[in-house]
Design a protein around this ligand. Sequence first.
Ligand SMILES: *Cc1c(COP(=O)(O)O)cnc(C)c1O
Length: 390
Amino acid sequence: MTTSNQPPEPHHPSTEGAVPNETSYVHSGVNPGAYGAVATGIELSTTFTMESPGVAGRYDYARAQNPTREALEDALRATENAANAQAWSSGLAAIDAVIRLTAAGRHVVIGNDAYGGTWRLLEKVWGRLGLRTVVVDTGDQVALEAALDGAGLLLLETPTNPMLRVTSIRRAADAAHAAGAVCAVDNTFATSWLQQPLDHGADISIHSATKYIGGHSDVVGGATMTRDAELGRHLAFLQKAAGAVPGPFDCFLMLRGLRTLPLRVERASANAARIAAALARDPRVAKVHYPGLDDHPDRAIVDTQMRLPGAMLSIELADEATARAIATRTRVFSLAESLGAVESLIEHPASMTHASVNGSALEVPASLLRLSVGIENVEDLLADLDRALD
Ligand SMILES: *Cc1c(COP(=O)(O)O)cnc(C)c1O
């Protein structure tokens, strides 16, 4: 047991340079504290004593860094073998920080099937400050290269939300770099277990930790991982300077969720694949959007950059009224926004998650339902959908 007044060094397992696996998810980011704990404790102190004026120990003030957040950031860094990781108070706080990296006079490029909140932040908040956003189909390489001319940042989503289109991260990152832009990938849908954007040339991987990292619908948070240490330091500076940091309780919940991410994502993806295949054969469903289906337009890219096609899918029904009715009839799938947790959710993007993009280039079909498949018994999920479709 440590008797000095110096905090023990957080324990960094030997994941440096290693391919992240189930072992690193379980063991990285464990801070044993003063008593050799195997689960990281929640350190609430907002300030830490200094040795002498201006000479801090490991921590000084909790907005800059805190032991619980640092343990989470160590664990996040290991999941994508990144140089650096930062935890944020929400996914949008993470995206906002990344937007702040854009050089003055340059614009931001986003896909035409992007998270509605990202579009709202760029259009309604940053747009007022003069930052321009160009919307493009990121799967169209010629259009993407044209949109990137003069850009400072490409904010790529793959798979997209809610249409589940997949863009080659390598090709998009190369195009961004040729234009002198930073390439950030919103990796929320895929998760770090299924997709490693930094390995495919992206500079930054972004997560809404509210989704798969937390995994239990009980914490709002965000994460960024960077390939380059300098970019990571810039984001860490933004944590301190702009302050969108998560509290210690939230960091604890994100850390706890992260440890089981591979297990949860694999089970949920297996369930989603079964459900997508069943719905693709069902005459009551007009179209199934799932990157794991053989007739998915981007299937070839999926195989080059994703371990599995994931646990998100969307379906088109005959019309909006049918879609709305089905969304209220499921019993195992809960009608709710969000995704990525142990329980299955169903939602109507046009009136819920994507209501803010109606009338824009990002508008989604009103006959569409989005499913976030959880880790329940797949037969129960199939029976629930079968009943709701009747
Ligand atoms: C939910 C979500 C966000 C926003 O994250 P919050 O934690 O809700 O702020 C960003 N991107 C994607 C793809 C999301 O699903």
